[in-house]
Write a protein that binds this ligand. Structure first.
Ligand code: ATP
Ligand code: MG
Length: 571
């Protein structure tokens, strides 16, 4: 359960580190690392791990490494390395000069493997991959020992050296740890630690034709870097005995591994493999599509690093897997932008309004607040003239009872401007579509106040037709149409749950002139419409493209109210 505003979210790892500092367990050191595999872009789940590992050391005066776990040459690319660095930096964390690569340890890992062979703890096995699997057994069935398990140390040393020298074909042999084929933990049943694979590695090129397995690399890399608290997600709990075994057999520095629950979010998927399918299948425009749960996508959408860090703090750190409501993430950015984003006016679906009694050549510069609650954010001028645009949905010719906005004969307020009354509706003769409204204004209501205390029920946003500028606005909805898209039956695919309406592009929006030249990534509240961010890829100079980050409606607050109510009822 995520914490509410009043109580800090539980974080059992913080307690462990605090205790270790008190007892001087690591001689006052706290050293963590964030170890991504460069096979995709980082997502919001990784942000949780980043905030945790970097956040703890900031709190306790330690350091955190960035380490690329690049043991798999076929899936890794330089593009991913660069994007990961950019994302971690953008989130606000600094690894200084501690940028490491597991591939930097390949020589050392090879030595470790030789050491295990010499100690009789590893052997070269000629079984095929299928046979290795078959021999491993299952949770219910004990494994069977490989016929190659008792090769002599000399023979193993010779074969392993020849594996490295490229004498054998890919997949023809592997090096395995000699542990226990009857172990209740499948990871301990003589796991493969080296394989033959002729593939060009993004850093070591063609130097190697054997590569260490991830499980043989991760713990030793932590050890080589002197990591004290090695934080990882729960799926590694079953691997811990194996990591411990390697480190104990090799008699090297022993970090403490602590597992925590992965972050899952509703209405999205959180696995690089699935996200890659979305990119490669053209279901999104790229890893940084603003609908993606990737850090680069969320950033492009308009999220701030502060809001993501705040989100990660609020969800806390627990041992049990859970799914967080995406409404909480949205709530966090809304809260941040509500405080910091300047207010502006923009009209998404313009409807022309002519103020009949306003002089044709007059233009007034009306004063508008940049933030209603923060006078330090100042004021700006907004031009008002005879022809304006309002939002199409703010007018109804035949309004139902609870519709308080503009309608024939009705008076409303234009924000920071005047009271206007609708006097006529012009329609397209053929289609019947409303193309223009005619209104009159009351000059005595300048600034939006009526001198006689007259009340209106609505205040609408607007822009001046001649002075406003054109913009493209992209509205987003959840990427998937159900809360758990991975819940698929009968061989169906998670992609079948993609939301067909996740993106709406509006190309003829009009925004107030103060937005001319809006810098990429600048964020605003469009009054009454939500928070918007100038697209960092497509918005530049004269071409304005805005992404709607979130609407103004905070569903998280509503969810909390319902939860609080039911909690009270139970008491
Ligand atoms: P994915 O399953 O999404 O492909 P991964 O675990 O393979 O992710 P890595 O690059 O290995 O990705 O992850 C780097 C670090 O981020 C690991 O320590 C991992 O435990 C952590 N991490 C990955 N996904 C999440 C998540 N959803 N929540 C929290 N931490 C995560
Ligand atoms: Mg992984």
């Amino acid at each position: 359960m995520a914490a509410t505003d009043s109580a800090p979210a539980p974080n059992f790892i913080r307690n462990i580190v605090a205790e270790d500092m008190k007892t001087n367990k690591w001689r006052g050191r706290v050293h963590t690392r964030f170890p991504p595999e460069p096979n995709g872009y980082l997502h919001i789940g990784h942000a949780k791990a980043i905030c945790l590992s970097f956040g703890l050391v900031a709190e306790f005066g330690g350091v955190c490494n960035l380490r690329f776990d690049d043991t798999n040459p076929t899936k890794e690319e330089e593009e991913y390395v660069e994007s990961i660095k950019e994302d971690v930096r953008w989130l606000g964390f600094d690894w200084e000069d501690r940028e490491f690569y597991a591939s930097d340890y390949f020589e050392k890992l090879y030595e470790y493997a030789v050491q295990l062979i010499k100690d009789g703890k590893a052997y070269v096995c000629d079984l095929s991959a299928d046979e290795v699997r078959e021999y491993r057994g299952t949770l219910k069935r004990s494994g069977k020992e490989s016929p190659y398990r008792n090769r002599s140390i000399e023979e193993n040393l010779d074969l392993f050296e020849r594996m490295r020298a490229g004498e054998f074909e890919d997949g023809s042999r592997v090096l395995r740890a000699k542990i226990d084929m009857a172990s209740g933990n499948l990871n301990m049943r003589d796991p493969v630690i080296y394989r033959i694979l002729r593939a060009t590695h993004h850093r070591t090129g063609d130097k190697w034709c054997i590569y260490p397995m991830y499980d043989f690399t991760h713990g030793q890399s932590d050890s080589l870097e002197g990591i004290t608290h090695s934080l990882c997600t729960l799926e590694f709990e079953d691997h811990r005995p194996l990591y411990d075994w390697f480190i104990d057999e090799l008699k090297i520095f022993h970090p403490q591994q602590i597992e925590f629950a992965r972050l899952n979010l509703t209405y999205t998927v959180m696995s690089k493999r699935m996200l890659q399918q979305l990119v490669e299948g053209g279901h999104v425009t790229g890893w940084d599509d603003p609908r993606m749960p990737t850090i680069s996508g969320i950033r492009r959408r308009g999220y701030t690093p502060e809001s993501i860090r705040n989100f990660c703090e609020r969800i806390g750190v627990a041992k049990r897997d859970s799914t967080v409501d995406i409404a909480l993430l949205e709530h966090c950015v809304r809260e941040d932008l509500n405080e910091h984003a300047p207010r502006v006016m923009g009209v998404l679906r313009p409807l022309r309004v002519v103020i009949d009694n306003y002089p044709e050549d007059r233009v007034e510069e009306l004063e508008a607040l940049n933030h209603p609650a923060d006078p330090n954010m100042g004021k700006r001028k907004v031009p008002f003239s005879r022809v304006l645009y309002i939002e199409q949905e703010d007018f109804l010719e035949d309004p139902p009872k609870k519709f308080y906005r503009l309608a024939p004969g009705r008076e409303i307020r234009l924000r920071y401007a005047y009271f206007i009354t609708c006097v006529d509706v012009v329609k397209d003769e053929k289609t019947g579509e409303i193309v223009e409204l005619h209104c009159t204004y009351d000059p005595a209501t300048r600034g939006g106040d009526s001198p006689d205390g007259r009340k209106v029920k609505a205040t609408l946003h607007w822009v001046s037709a001649d002075h406003s500028i054109e913009a493209e606005v992209r509205l987003y909805d959840h990427l998937f149409s159900i809360p758990d898209p991975t819940d698929v039956k009968d061989g169906a695919d998670f992609k079948s749950h993609l939301n067909p309406n996740s993106l709406t592009i509006l190309t003829s929006c009009r925004v107030e002139p103060s937005l001319a030249g809006a810098a990429p990534e600048s964020r605003y509240q469009f009054e009454r419409l939500g928070y918007f961010c100038a697209d960092r890829v497509n918005s530049s100079g004269d071409t304005l493209v805005f992404n709607r980050t979130v609407t103004l409606r905070d569903t998280w607050v509503r969810i909390q109210k319902v939860q609080n109510r039911s909690r009270k009822e139970k008491i």
